[in-house]
Design a protein around this ligand. Structure first.
Ligand code: KE4
Length: 432
């Protein structure tokens, strides 16, 4: 089955904690040993045992064009011919920053970093520096990278491994991170009534993708905008995952909400290491060297990452890109709903352009962490492995969103749906 991956995993575990460089890859959330991938091509991954998979992870979001899009590969090669890294300003950093500014109306300036974690961490420091306040508010099940202040009731790999609040984060620091249930505006209002004057910022995933895919309730984001404005706190949209995937102007464009700061990553690097935080000049100019709030990075704005990101955003900017991506995602989501109904397995499928969430739940809706935690993760594991064995690769965790790319065509979507029907019928037959 996966002999070579098993051997490679054994070797890896000798030198790398858990044999992986990021915990969610370890298959702890689904059991079994992780597959080692050797090659990607469009919507496909190819593993060390020579098997092909339709890929719905897409490197956890960056590959909205699929693997090795020719324009992205060419842009990287062109840049590579001129050099890998200079540690100086380069024209291509300005070009990507200008592209982000053009695509995000709430943004006037952008600082590039090397990961979403670094971007979120820096945005929090900026908000604390601007307001002179120490508290931040985040939402249970949301994940903003692994900076200390944000590893409190976090989602993604922390949730998968059952450590949403990690050891190693001093209690004195963790108590500055207030938390509320996603979509619960009454809780947020109460927290502001109690702590309002101390809250530097609210940081939120405008579409939560780290407790699987959970959409904002009507009025939720608008309520956060009003509350933060009223209390003088900054509103930070963490669009590392949603940025340029769900809409040409990201989730802030989809929902018409203008945050004070935006955190980006993934797609703006096209698969190479990247992160960014961005906002109005009056905020961003508070960052060194124009302002006193320090932030820096050896490989920030790396030319290869910039080239890859710029080529990706140029493709994403095409007139019909998001309408076609929405149609593909809707087809997959609607098809799964129809199959679940015909098979008689209670499932909730959440979806938005380019992203979807599969939940095994009797609940009619999944709208916060408590709903997600009540889902049947054992049935998810059966579904995950059933699909994997038949050549469809979903995220190896019930707490991760799925991603559709522009490379996923009718053939891949139809194959996924027929495979899902076969797997769900087998689960129903064997497990009721
Ligand atoms: P990175 O530091 O992993 O580049 O970005 C952290 C981050 C910040 N904000 C959001 C909304 C994110 O989704 C992420 C990272 N996403 C996870 C996948 N759910 C990365 C996968 C992993 O940890 O290996």
């Amino acid at each position: 089955m996966d002999k070579r991956s098993a051997k490679l995993f054994q070797d890896a575990a000798r030198y790398i904690p858990g044999g992986v460089n990021s915990p969610v890859r370890a298959f702890n959330g689904v059991g079994g040993t992780p597959l080692f991938m050797e090659r990607g091509e469009g919507p496909y991954l190819f593993d060390a045992d020579g098997r092909r998979f339709i890929d719905y992870v897409g490197s956890w979001g960056p590959l909205v064009l699929g693997h090795n899009h020719p324009r992205v590969v060419a842009a990287i090669h062109d840049q590579l011919a001129r050099g890998i890294s200079f540690g100086t300003p380069t024209e291509i950093e300005t070009a990507l920053a200008a592209k982000v500014v053009a695509m995000l109306p709430s943004v006037e300036k952008v600082r590039m970093v090397s990961s979403g974690t670094e971007a979120a961490m820096s945005a929090i420091r900026l908000a604390r520096g601007i307001t002179g306040r120490s508290h931040i508010l985040k939402f249970e099940g949301c994940y903003h990278g692994h900076a200390d202040s944000l590893l409190v009731k976090a989602g993604s790999g922390a949730l998968t491994l059952g450590i949403p609040s990690s050891p190693g984060v001093p209690a004195e620091l963790a108590q500055l991170t207030l938390t509320a249930a996603y979509n619960d505006l009454s809780q947020v209002t109460a927290i502001f009534q109690q702590h309002g004057g101390d809250i530097a910022a609210v940081i939120v995933e405008p579409i939560a993708g780290n407790m699987n895919c959970v959409l904002p309730a009507n009025g939720f984001l608008e309520g956060l905008r009003k509350l933060t404005a009223r209390y003088g706190s900054l509103l930070i949209f963490d669009e590392v995952m949603t940025g340029f995937r769900v809409h040409p102007h990201s989730a802030q464009g989809l929902y018409g909400i203008s945050p004070d700061l935006t955190v980006l990553g993934k797609i703006i690097g096209g698969g190479l290491p990247v992160g960014a935080f961005a906002g109005a000049a009056k905020f961003m100019d508070q960052i060194a060297p124009t302002g006193p709030i320090y932030q820096a990075g050896t490989l920030s704005g790396n030319p290869l990452s910039m080239a890859s990101g710029l080529a990706t955003l140029e493709q994403v900017s095409a007139a019909n890109f998001h309408s076609e991506l929405a149609a593909s995602t809707d087809k997959l989501a609607e098809g799964l709903r129809t199959i679940a109904k015909s098979v008689g397995i209670p499932m909730v499928i959440n979806n938005v352009t380019g992203m979807f969430g599969i939940f095994f739940s009797n609940s009619p809706t999944i709208s916060n962490y408590a709903d997600v935690a009540a889902c049947d993760t054992e049935r998810f594991k059966l579904f995950f492995h059933g699909m994997l064995a038949r050549g469809v690769y979903f995220a190896p965790s019930a707490f991760e969103a799925g991603f559709v790319s522009s490379a996923h065509g009718a053939q891949e979507l139809d194959t996924t749906l027929t495979t899902a029907e076969e797997v769900l019928r087998k689960i129903k037959k064997e497990f009721g």
